[in-house]
Design a protein around this ligand. Structure first.
Ligand code: F6R
Length: 596
């Protein structure tokens, strides 16, 4: 993934680069580095870990040109020698790169069969050597020639010690934007990283290769679009972004639904502008990770409410499986960031086959928002914590509204019930959060899970996706091994994991699956495992069979995941806190996954 920032101007830039990099840390935080370019050549500083660790190494300096990088490791371990910028053998060409060079091994072998010339294990260093090999004084020609050898994806910024005052950039498959301030030019992986300093941006396109220097705006102004900084997220009184984002959910859901779902019915601009989207033969939702879990709930909502066959597919498989694309179907990319590489590729594939596409995204100016035929924004506001929480519930609510929109008029009994339940969701979420925020039961459940160093999550129907989401959240935040299964599958294998005291988290709303879930609970208890039941507060029957109850308010069964996921979010967050881990930035992860 990685984040890139570069600057050419007439004021000292090291502080600007560091600030830009901190805003890009959501793209990776394995290491960070900076290169400052001046008449005396290049000054490079690199550090393993966060941008904060790098900041202490960067000298006060008058350099007015520089480039920086924050890394999510693909090739090579978390060591300083693998941090960007990477240089050629002379140290006079420095490269920062976002993307993956698929043929790096072959190029490396061709450039230096002994490997002795390479300092790092990265694919990026190959690019620096290729540029050096092609360089005879013309930086642009050398960059173009080097790129001719590459297979894969890249957003590149290159500095040449021979050419202070200029940077060279190229894009193929990894986003890059140019931003223009007062006689200064920025380049970055996303516009928000440089939002404070620019008022016009140009989104580079695949194949773009250009030089950036002061005063270049005139030559590229035809592609510039005015730009405004998005709402800044701050932690407020909270101890981390994740808690803030969990507690924001009532307001977030109101924002997702306001103007769309009301007593009068449902009004969605995307369906007004694209009425043919109502006539599709089926719906395919494409997403990854938490968004895939929301999309899976959404597919059930669309089938149940709109009676249109709907299925959620993992975008990470869809983009490479070569699946059949039905041009009469509607393909919906569901993504918080709107930049997930696999989801974007899946969307492009569907679009390329002539199908209608819709982006259900949170980030308005994102690639998916720009490339889909129509957009339906979830309005969750900036989500900073790496583990997604409020985007998940906002995505389900938005997909619920879409299901109602696709169902059209006259409303069926189910549609009326779902619409009313959607309108009541913000209050139900508020009340559930009140039950959970200081809950001793959540703390106790976390202790059991942490002590056992394992948990099994079970659910049926829409609650299966909540079990999967609970397991994902716990894994990514606490690193506790855990599994999630459709409860009916437990006896086909996972039951072997159970022994005395094993924590089993069961999701049991009052829906058509409840009787079978009660049977599964009995089977779990018979093996001496501990049952942590997520159920409605007045469900005494489930409570009687559980060792612990984590309550969530009742709603229509199709929407119960919006509420039953809340205890899961608290479980994961508290487990991480209990273990003294970084809640907002878990290890190995990045907020936006922009590589395949
Ligand atoms: C998990 C999480 C990830 C994302 C996934 C897709 O907490 O946040 O699993 O859901 O990387 O990201 P988006 O929604 O930006 O496409």
């Amino acid at each position: 993934m990685c984040g890139i920032v570069g600057f050419v101007g007439n004021r000292p830039c090291s502080g600007l680069l560091l600030e830009g990099l901190s805003r890009l840390e959501y793209r990776g935080y394995d290491s960070a580095g900076i290169g400052l370019l001046g008449p005396d050549g290049l000054v490079i500083r690199r550090a393993v870990g966060r941008v904060a660790a790098l900041a202490s190494l960067v000298p006060e300096s008058e350099h007015t040109v520089g480039l920086g990088h924050t890394r999510w490791a693909t090739h090579g371990g978390l060591e300083v020698r693998n941090a960007h910028p990477h240089c050629d053998r002379t140290g006079r060409i420095a490269v920062v790169h976002n993307g993956i060079i698929d043929n790096a091994d072959a190029l490396r072998a061709r450039l230096d069969p002994t490997g002795a010339a390479f300092i790092s294990d990265t694919d990026t260093e190959v690019i620096a050597h290729l540029i050096a090999q092609a360089y005879t004084g013309d930086p642009m020609a050398a960059l173009q020639q080097a790129i001719g050898h590459l297979q894969g994806t890249w957003g590149l910024v290159v500095a040449f010690a021979d050419h202070p005052g200029r940077l060279f950039v190229a894009r193929y498959g990894s986003p890059l934007v140019l931003g223009f301030g007062d006689d200064e030019v920025f380049v970055a992986s996303d516009a928000q990283a440089i939002a404070r300093w620019v008022d016009q941006v140009v989104h580079l396109e695949d194949g773009d290769q250009l030089e950036i220097r002061q005063g270049m705006f005139a030559s590229i102004a035809c592609r510039a679009v005015p730009f405004h900084a998005a709402e800044e997220a701050d932690m407020g009184v909270h101890r981390c972004f994740m808690v803030k984002e969990i507690l924001e959910q009532p307001r977030v859901l109101t924002n997702a639904l306001v103007g769309r779902v009301s007593d009068r019915g449902v009004q969605l601009a995307c369906l007004v502008d694209h009425p043919s989207m109502r006539d599709v033969s089926s719906v395919v939702l494409l997403a990854c990770g938490t968004s895939f879990h929301a999309a899976s709930v959404g597919a059930r909502l669309i089938e149940r409410v709109a009676h249109i066959p709907a299925v959620a597919k993992l975008a990470s498989e869809f983009s490479t499986d070569g699946p059949m694309v039905d041009p009469r179907a509607l393909y919906i990319a569901v993504s918080q960031s709107g930049e997930t590489y696999d989801t974007l590729e899946a969307l492009r594939r569907a679009k390329g086959c002539g199908a209608a596409t819709l982006g259900v995204v949170n980030t308005v100016d994102s690639s998916i928002a720009r490339e889909a035929d129509a957009g339906l924004f979830v309005h969750a506001g900036p989500e900073v914590a790496v583990a997604s929480t409020k985007a998940f519930t906002a995505q389900i609510a938005t997909l619920g509204a879409l299901a109602l929109g696709l169902a059209g008029k006259p409303e069926s009994g189910v549609a009326v019930a779902v619409r009313k339940s959607l309108m009541a969701l913000p209050d139900a979420v508020e009340s559930t959060l009140e039950r959970l925020r200081d809950s001793a039961a959540v703390t106790m459940a976390c202790r059991w899970i942490v002590d056992a160093n394992y948990a099994l999550f079970l659910g049926r129907g829409p609650s299966r996706h909540v079990a999967e989401e609970g397991s994902l959240k716990l894994k990514e935040l606490s690193y506790v091994p855990c599994d999630a299964y459709a409860a009916g599958e437990m006896k086909h294998g996972p039951i072997a994991m159970l022994k005395k005291g094993t924590p089993v988290v069961v999701v049991v709303p009052r829906d058509e699956h409840r009787t079978h879930m009660l049977a599964n609970i009995a089977e779990v208890r018979a093996r001496g495992a501990r049952v942590i039941a997520l159920c409605e507060p007045d469900d005494v029957e489930v409570a009687r069979h559980a060792d612990l109850v984590l309550p969530f308010d009742s709603t229509h069964s199709c929407l119960s995941p919006v509420l039953s996921v809340l205890p899961m979010q608290f479980l994961a967050f508290r487990a991480a806190e209990l273990l003294g881990l970084d809640v907002d930035k878990p290890r190995n992860l990045a907020k936006s996954v922009t590589v395949a």
